[in-house]
Design a protein around this ligand. Sequence first.
Ligand SMILES: Cc1cc2nc3c(=O)[nH]c(=O)nc-3n(C[C@H](O)[C@H](O)[C@H](O)COP(=O)(O)OP(=O)(O)OC[C@H]3O[C@@H](n4cnc5c(N)ncnc54)[C@H](O)[C@@H]3O)c2cc1C
Length: 492
Amino acid sequence: MNDDNLSMTDTISTASAPAGLTAKNVAILGAGIAGLTAGYDLTKAGHRVTLFEKWPGLGGQASTFPVAGTRLERYYHHLFTSDRDEVQLMEELGIGDKLTWHESKMGIFRQGRIYNFVTPIDLLKFTAIPLIDRLRAGLIALYAQRIKDWRSLEQITAATWARRYFGEKVYAAIWGPLIRGKFGDYAEQVSMAWLWGKLALRRSLKGEGIMKEKLGYPDGSWEVINQALADAITSHGGRILLDSPVTCILPENGRACRVEVAAPGAWRLPPEEWERGEVFPGRFDAILATVPSFVFTQIVPDLSVEYRNLLSGVQYQSAVVMLLQIKHSLSPIYWLNIAEPDIPFVGLIEHTNLISPEAYEGKRFLYIANYVDKDTNPLYGMSNEALFETYLPHIQRVNPEFSQEWIEKLWVFREDAAQPIITCGYSQRIPDYRTPIAGLYLANTTQIYPEDRGTNYSVRLGRIVAQLVHEDLQASSLAKVMAPHIQEIETP
Ligand SMILES: Cc1cc2nc3c(=O)[nH]c(=O)nc-3n(C[C@H](O)[C@H](O)[C@H](O)COP(=O)(O)OP(=O)(O)OC[C@H]3O[C@@H](n4cnc5c(N)ncnc54)[C@H](O)[C@@H]3O)c2cc1C
């Protein structure tokens, strides 16, 4: 993959496109942020886009559902001030005024107490480790921020680097729990490039940003962004087919050009249990899949063993997220990282400590976050009741007053493509956007690197791949227009 892509955020330019060459039929699989953004750019460039989405709603991992008179994400979401591509997209869509920046309250739960963890002063007050280690933690974080060449960090694990530079105590209290929380049994294999992304790219440790952190959230939830993108696609003549999972991509003469779509309701089943659907009428000039790699390998039958191995070489952690509607606030913290090895979840995210309960008819919402290996971790398959029973005594360690009586509603959501596992040498395993099948493109979170995946980077990804599809379509149109003339030139 080309590094230049990482900084390319321009929308498609049609200014140089020869008249009559732009309008092509493009299928996009997935109405997550990447698929919607690509659909927006491609319809704007004049292409006829049909977007197929498995789920009966928009937004993928950033999808929402109705709660307390408004909507809320199934998985906790916020933006960092460094998430400029998404901010720019919102402005372009005319919804820039819907993004509000809120002061964040981050904390760490360690040795039975909550520590604030936003500013350098908070770090100095983090008495869970000796003062000398706190100072070292601050200095090394600054040093890591100054490293510009992430490639030099790619071959070393985050665990090795962090133990060596931050020291064992800082690792045990801060970085170890974070890495284990995200990657579970794979924690010791995660590349330092991933941790560097968190340290160096997320927020400014200069100027105003050093003393307080602001987090962005769209007034009315991520649905505002999802819907604005969908409206822009349809107003440019595109169509979005929800509850329409693609079960097979069918090549003809070596080019991907048709799709099969399952009957409505198939989203309730895991992809391995989907039956083959009906062939969708019409041929496509290009097909862009923004689905996870494990779905892609399942719905494209003609992949070479080599390419299949490349895609399955990147594993994902699944997210298991419990959302509680609660009567009282659990703590004053919005985002509480859990740094106690025996607590069976990794974070408590009290959404209504970022956004006032007033936005939710006075109701309060708490997410209990977990990343697990779905095949080996028993939490993944537990019933909602069993999961809650498992969590309850540990939530009470954070606030002993918490009880079942506090709970008004409970949901559990599971996402299997939540976090690609970024191991050493990852850049060598990133698949290209162009797949080995002509006309077929892949754009998913496994290609986001060295940044950690997030909606901002799916916006960027959608834009990069839309540009590529557009350019390829232009080039093939041009080749067709020119072909007879080239023959004339060759055979005078
Ligand atoms: C627990 C959690 C917390 C997060 N927190 C944040 C946060 O705070 N801030 C942030 O910016 N990001 C956050 N993210 C990450 C962010 O949500 C994702 O990186 C981003 O939304 C991915 O978008 P995408 O379009 O690339 O992929 P996806 O959202 O995964 O979209 C892929 C789409 O393809 C669809 N699909 C799958 N198979 C088929 C098929 N066969 N046919 C048709 N459609 C199909 C899926 O239903 C889905 O809609 C979080 C994610 C999780 C899981």
